[in-house]
Design a protein around this ligand. Structure first.
Ligand SMILES: Nc1nc2c(ncn2[C@@H]2O[C@H](COP(=O)(O)OP(=O)(O)OP(=O)(O)O)[C@@H](O)[C@H]2O)c(=O)[nH]1
Length: 340
């Protein structure tokens, strides 16, 4: 199975810290080759660009990054240039600088017919110190925060402890997705994307948890360097019920940014392996054969403020008490999430 390239939309109001966060990701890429799309070269100051030479409409950066400008024709032509089998990028970030409506950009990514990409999520950067003022000036900020799969509450260094908690609390009240406080955009890249070697692997979930995520005993990564995320693992040798699991997916669990891994739906007539990839409310299954002897559900849920017991309990209740009674029609609901 060829891995698809995740495409991430990075949004946020003027000066919130999008470019700072992007530079942080470029500097801490852990070997991932990051392609960057910006809508206007002039408006963005990517550090790495100072070492770049311009090649056609794409900028090749020294650390293996590529930069292209998104024009009015939308993202498709540029995605075509960056995302193809054997492409020199593992991840694409579109910085929505100066775009008033980032949801439009998300829709463009979701509606692209490029078979080599997958939606990697919308990240909204907010300036913690300006949050109240920005909301007052731009009431639509609430919609963006609610819609985002991850909200980075940046510039927390500009607030005292009490104010910081108040602002983070306000954001959490609005947000449906994950919320990560940060200084100078320093977030753990692992919340956003996998290690390239892991993405190629068939056993996504198992390797994600041990090799890629590199957790300490609290399940947090690089806590001192970056704003950290958490992960919860769920493994079951007993098949899951498709309808129950789809219900779990549609009732978005607070704080979960993405879920990955193979699922055994075990319905009679449904012998295939479903590999799940979700970001926020976006979900996609890829179907394949089970490698011999590896038929089991093995999921990793990645996000912030995760309630591990609650998530594990919900997933356990998806385990089918009597999988033999689920006929092939029971798995039909999965079809709309399956991509060829
Ligand atoms: N104190 C503080 N300053 C920050 C932080 N993050 C970014 N900045 C500064 O805030 C300013 C704006 O940051 P940018 O990363 O350029 O913001 P942006 O969202 O890309 O800005 P536009 O592209 O103009 O919308 C810069 O001067 C940054 O150095 C932070 O966490 N704390």
């Amino acid at each position: 199975m060829t891995a698809r390239i995740p495409v991430l939309v990075l949004a946020g109001y003027l000066g919130s810290g999008k470019t700072t966060l992007l530079n942080h990701l470029l500097r801490n890429n852990d070997g991932r080759r990051i392609g960057v799309l910006v809508n206007d070269f002039g408006s963005i100051n990517i550090d790495a660009m100072t070492v770049a030479g311009q090649v056609d409409a794409a900028m090749s950066l020294e650390n293996g990054c590529l930069c292209c400008a998104v024009d009015a024709d939308g993202v498709d032509p540029m995605l075509e240039r960056l995302a193809y089998p054997g492409a020199p990028v593992d991840v694409i970030v579109i910085e929505a600088s100066g775009i008033a409506e980032p949801r439009q950009l998300v829709r463009m990514v979701l509606s692209t017919e490029n078979p080599h990409i997958e939606f990697g999520g919308m990240v909204e950067v907010v300036d913690a110190a300006e949050f109240d003022d920005t909301r007052a000036r731009h009431p639509e900020l609430d919609d963006h925060v609610r819609f985002a799969d991850l909200v980075v509450v940046n510039k927390t260094d500009r607030l005292d402890a009490a104010e910081r908690e108040r602002v983070i609390g306000s954001v959490r009240e609005i947000a449906d997705g994950a919320v990560l406080p940060a200084e100078h955009g320093r977030i753990s890249p692992g919340i956003l994307f996998d290690d390239p070697a892991v993405r190629e692997s068939a056993e996504v979930a198992r390797q994600l948890s041990f090799a890629d995520l590199d957790h300490d005993e609290h399940g947090c990564r690089d806590e001192h360097m970056h704003a950290a995320y958490q992960s919860v693992e769920f493994v079951s040798d007993r098949p899951l019920n498709p309808s129950a699991f789809l219900r779990f997916l549609t009732e978005r669990s607070r704080g979960v940014y993405r879920i990955k891994g193979p699922i055994d739906f075990g319905a009679s007539g449904e012998q295939r392996r479903y590999v799940l990839h979700t970001v926020g409310v976006y979900a996609r299954f890829e179907r394949s054969r089970w490698p011999a002897g590896q038929r089991r559900t093995s999921l990793v849920l990645i996000g912030t403020d995760l309630d591990a017991d609650d998530l594990t309990g919900k997933l356990e209740s998806c385990v089918d008490p009597d999988p033999d009674t689920v006929d092939e029609y029971g798995a039909l609901g999965l079809a709309r999430f399956v991509q060829a």
